[in-house]
Design a protein around this ligand. Structure first.
Ligand code: GLN
Length: 245
């Protein structure tokens, strides 16, 4: 049953905001907040960092950004503390949006060039190994619903999804997960990962709204989000569609 967005709230958890925030990934949090507030939905952001407790059951959406290998090494062990809680949260409809380094840690492991293999959360059937070629440039990915996602990538990690794990999209510009199989990101139930920095959501308003509606569904059921004037966002999106890799 649809409800009036004016009486709703969305609770966002920003994981390791000080460590994993490379290339302005924090812009995704700003977009989720503004696109909710512009509809009268109350948006609350909780930053959860190293050694912090995670109040599971509270949050509708978890965000984890990208970072260099060093930052990933710092947080990987700490993130393991939340493995069970994040599994429970996503099993009960909470959304995860993860970017690059954060995305890599949702799988079974990330094996960087140097240093130990980092344990992942195994929330998705995937693994990542650092490659010799750094994949940098613009990316366009086509989703199954016909929509497109634009952004830019900068990673040496090559992520490989399990045979039954759904990709976020098919790459038409750039490398995506590994530069080999043509897949970009992951979209498994309410768990989303992507290599698209930019940040991702401002230039992909349709996807931002998809995540907001999914996050709200957890506590309120289906919500019809009122349309916004996305002329500026879509101009940026369409411009990015024609950028070279
Ligand atoms: N350190 C990881 C890699 O190089 C992730 C980089 C990132 O988050 N942009 O693949």
């Amino acid at each position: 049953m649809s409800k009036n967005p004016e009486n709703l709230s969305i609770r966002i958890c920003h994981l390791y905001a000080h460590f994993l925030n490379i290339y302005g990934d924090r812009g995704n949090i700003l977009t989720l907040v503004k696109r909710s507030q512009w509809r009268g939905i109350n948006a609350e952001v909780t930053a959860v960092g190293l050694d912090d407790k995670l109040d599971i059951g509270k949050h509708d959406i978890y965000f984890i950004g990208g970072g260099q290998d060093k930052q990933q090494q710092v947080i990987a062990e700490d993130l393991q503390r939340h493995k069970k809680a994040l599994k429970e949260a996503t099993d009960t409809g909470a959304v995860i949006l993860s970017i690059c380094g954060g995305y890599q840690l949702l799988g079974h492991y990330y094996r960087p060039h140097e240093g130990p293999e980092l344990p992942g959360l195994s929330l998705i059937d995937a693994y990542t190994v650092a490659g010799h070629k750094r994949m940098i440039g613009n990316v366009v990915a086509n989703r199954e619903d016909g929509s497109t996602l634009v952004g830019f990538e900068n990673h040496s990690g090559r992520t490989f999804l399990g045979a039954d794990t759904k990709a976020l999209g098919k790459v038409t510009t750039g490398n995506g997960n590994n530069g080999e199989d043509g897949f970009e990101g992951v979209a498994e139930k309410t768990i989303f990962g992507t290599y698209l920095h930019g940040s991702l959501l401002p230039k992909n308003p349709h996807f931002a709204d998809h995540l907001i509606a999914l996050a709200l569904k957890r506590r309120y059921g289906d919500i019809a989000l009122p349309e916004l004037d996305d002329s500026m966002e879509l101009t940026a999106h369409h411009r990015a569609l024609s950028l070279p890799a």
